[in-house]
Design a protein around this ligand. Structure first.
Ligand SMILES: [Zn+2]
Length: 202
């Protein structure tokens, strides 16, 4: 029997097992160094893992009275392509009526569905990982411009450096991760120990 909300340790083990979370010595395209690397779509390529993670996240939304009382007239919204499998999984678990996802177009975030004012239900914004919170922020602004409210927000993993509240709602996650990032190699503990680097993409 799978627990509906697995512990943060169990979730991290799932991410490790699927290759979505790795430990080592990584350099990102922006030049930052880190001993951790998340590539969340690697976890979502396994349907069973995707389902367990999305159902667990959905449980955190369902306990909120403001969300439970508005179901099923709710929209699940992903800020980018990485959050789409999370959005579909959460939608399924909550039986929410609508799904939207945003894309970057000419440097601006906009809905792929090109919707009009008034068409969007009250929103739960979900992503696979929240690193800075900027994508969620931009999506929340988009939602408000279309006349809808943000009633929930969350991700499988949230870096503790990102906000834990958005538009007055708490940001839900299965793992709160204290990410270590070094601006340059000079400050990086692995560089000091001469550990070989691996260059990775976001
Ligand atoms: Zn380094």
């Amino acid at each position: 029997m799978v627990q509906l909300i697995p512990s943060p340790d169990v979730v991290l083990q799932m991410l490790k097992r699927t290759g979505a979370f790795r430990e080592g010595h990584f350099v990102y395209p922006n030049g930052k160094h880190s001993p951790h690397y998340f590539q969340m779509p690697l976890a979502f390529r396994y349907y069973d893992t995707a389902r367990v993670l999305a159902v667990a996240l959905s449980r955190k939304f369902r306990v909120e009275k403001d969300i439970a009382s508005q179901l099923t007239k709710v929209s699940i919204i992903s800020p980018s392509s990485g959050g789409i499998p999370v959005a579909f999984g959460v939608r399924d678990a909550l039986n929410a009526e609508q799904i939207y996802w945003a894309e970057q177009e000419h440097g601006e975030r906009m809905f792929r569905q090109y919707v009009n004012q008034g068409e969007v239900n009250p929103c739960i914004i979900v992503d696979d990982i929240i690193r800075s919170g900027q994508a969620i922020d931009e999506t929340a602004a988009l939602v408000k411009k279309l006349g809808a409210n943000v009633i929930g927000c969350g991700a499988i993993v949230r870096f503790t450096s990102a906000p834990d509240e958005m538009e007055g709602v708490p940001v839900k996650s299965l793992v709160e991760f204290d990410a270590h990032m070094y601006d340059t190699g000079d400050a990086c503990t692995d560089c000091i120990k001469d550990v070989p680097v691996e260059h990775v993409r976001f």
